[in-house]
Design a protein around this ligand. Structure first.
Ligand SMILES: [Zn+2]
Length: 171
């Protein structure tokens, strides 16, 4: 499945994305742009705020029951200072995926779901070059239910319609 007819705007979109991602943690986005340089450090995979809040980017994957690959949300999670340093130390180390999972607080506010901030997660390191997997605590939150049970391609389309038109429909 490549393109799809969008039920929101009625137009044909050429590609159905299997992932969406946030460029920074929610807690970075809410800092005034003029303060960010002094208070934050941000790369494509890590973020530190005020020298005491530590974040890493990961993949929150959702199985797609009638698809060939999982759907993936690019999300940020906050780690303890100790785990963040441990993860940084091992960044280029072969076999780092043997680390036990780290506890993390979800730090991305995903569109199209009830509030996702501060959901509890486990962050599983993967081999060098791959972002860690983010697994939600198995609660009744719809995002956690989807991660446990999987979604269909129809739901992937619904997510795309929601995300791609989120800015138009909110505010
Ligand atoms: Zn559309």
């Amino acid at each position: 499945m490549n393109g799809y007819k969008c039920t929101v705007c009625g137009e044909w979109h050429d590609e159905l994305p299997m992932s969406f991602g946030a460029g920074a943690p929610y807690w970075y986005d809410v800092i005034a742009p003029e303060e960010r340089q002094a208070r934050t450090g941000l790369s494509s995979d890590q973020c530190v705020i005020d020298g005491e809040h530590y974040f890493v980017r990961g993949c929150l994957e959702i199985p797609v029951t009638d698809g060939s690959e999982p759907f993936s949300w690019g999300v940020w999670v906050s780690l303890s200072e100790k785990n963040f340093e441990r993860m940084s130390e091992l960044w280029e180390t072969q076999g780092r995926e043997n680390e036990p999972p780290y506890f993390g607080w979800l730090s991305t506010s995903l569109p199209c779901y009830p509030d996702t901030l501060n959901l509890k997660t486990h962050v599983q390191t993967r081999p060098v070059g791959l972002r860690p997997l983010v697994e939600l605590e198995p609660t009744e939150h719809p995002l956690a239910v989807e991660q446990r049970s999987g979604i269909t391609m129809a739901r992937v389309k619904e997510i795309a319609e929601c995300v791609l038109h989120d800015e138009a429909t909110s505010t």
